[in-house]
Design a protein around this ligand. Structure first.
Ligand SMILES: [Zn+2]
Length: 392
């Protein structure tokens, strides 16, 4: 089959073609030897990147569709649930549990992990940035740093993790939100004049789009900002994307621009910043800006190393060295958010408040049984959870 790009299609993923060859060989051996073993396999991780205390689990919907039509039963954390790598007894948090004939699903281990490891890693980095930014706007600008075939996944992970908007068109369409962005330096260069570019934007672009002028292409940020403020009647903001070589002290540049705008009666003009931002710079600049465009730091969010292990076979406890055998459920106290992991079908442990089981039925014998809330509802849920969590 000829392909335009080096990517797997939905169909190839669904048919297990992205799997590692050893799973295909295992399936072949089991089928030819007529070995059918009912197993329970759980997905866990040993830690969250950067020793962060929690992560945001993402990929539930993709996992559901991956296993739809496969004769297995799957339990999973809900999309956007925060998780810790282990509970306070050192037991790894099960984020997904699969039951079925091993040969029927072994080839799906590779795509299953791929779906959740990367999306959860991006969502975790994004949730942290949004927590630092607080009420300030944060937009996902990271599409260009990653493979275009996963642009929707990246933007969705950022949005569900609490970002306020996304710049990529396809992602905005999928999320049913308007795409957000300003103008590239290229427009200013092509138009040969800052004011001409800003005015053309104001003249041509739909009136519902905020008039935000990019103010750092050729001249000083302060000078270009004041030029834009007088050139565009309804200017709502400026974006400063000062290159690293010219930054000196980016915070002081922003403070100066803010002062000069306010002094001339432009206190309503907002300041947006972009370019190489991360948790630390968002924290540092937050008091002086109205919004951030964050790209590589989140789209390149470290993948979370989830792995899958068989923990029961024919209802007997089994596990490889280093893994705890037996199916497990994770309970979370609604009051203090403590997690307690117990053997499956144990009585709920006790804590301050109601203990909720977090592994919920996702797929039953190949049928998706979970209803997925809208992206904005999941986003609200993530923001609510993260509001109770510390960054370190
Ligand atoms: Zn409690």
């Amino acid at each position: 089959m000829s392909k335009l790009f080096f990517v797997a299609s939905d169909e190839e993923i669904k048919n297990g073609k992205t799997t590692d060859i050893y799973f295909e060989r295992t399936e072949e051996i089991l089928r030819k030897k007529a070995i059918s073993k009912s197993v329970a396999a759980e997905v866990t991780c040993g830690g969250i990147p950067n020793s962060w205390p929690w992560g945001i689990f993402l990929g539930t919907e993709d996992v559901a569709r991956l296993f739809e039509g496969i004769p297995v039963t799957v339990y999973s954390l809900r999309e956007g649930t925060f998780f810790r790598a282990k509970d306070d007894q050192g037991i790894r948090t099960p984020v997904v549990l699969i039951e079925g004939d091993y040969a029927s699903f072994c080839v799906y281990e590779t795509p299953l992990l791929g779906f959740i490891c990367q999306a959860s890693g991006i969502a975790t980095a994004a949730a942290r940035v949004k927590k630092v930014a607080g009420e300030k706007t944060v937009l996902s600008f990271g599409a260009r740093r990653m493979h275009p075939s996963i642009t929707p996944m990246i933007s969705r992970a950022c949005y569900l993790a609490g970002f306020d908007g996304v710049s990529a068109v396809i992602s905005a369409d999928m999320l049913h939100i308007p795409a957000t962005g300003t103008m590239p330096h290229a427009l200013v260069i092509i138009m040969q004049d800052h004011a001409k570019a800003w005015k053309a934007f104001d003249e041509i672009v739909d009136k519902t789009v905020s008039r935000v002028a990019l103010c750092d292409t050729y001249l000083d940020e302060k000078l270009e900002t004041l030029m834009a403020a007088t050139a565009v009647k309804d200017l709502s903001g400026v974006r400063l994307d000062t290159p690293g070589s010219r930054r000196g002290n980016f915070k002081e540049i922003i403070q100066e621009v803010r002062w000069e705008l306010n002094l001339r009666g432009y206190s309503h003009i907002k300041i947006f910043v972009s370019g190489g931002l991360d948790e630390d710079s968002v924290q540092d600049l937050k008091p002086f800006v109205d919004g951030f465009g964050v790209g590589t730091y989140v789209s390149n969010g470290k993948t979370i190393d989830f792995s899958m292990d068989i923990v029961e076979m024919e209802d007997q406890y089994v596990a490889k060295r280093g893994k705890f055998s037996g199916k497990k459920q994770i309970y979370r106290c609604k009051e203090c958010l403590r997690d307690v992991i117990v053997p499956w079908n144990s009585r709920p442990p006790e804590c301050h408040g109601k203990m909720e089981p977090l592994l919920e039925p996702l797929v039953e014998k190949g049928t998706i049984v979970q209803k997925f809330p809208s992206a904005s509802k999941t986003r609200d849920h993530v923001l609510e959870q993260v509001s109770h969590l510390d960054l370190f």
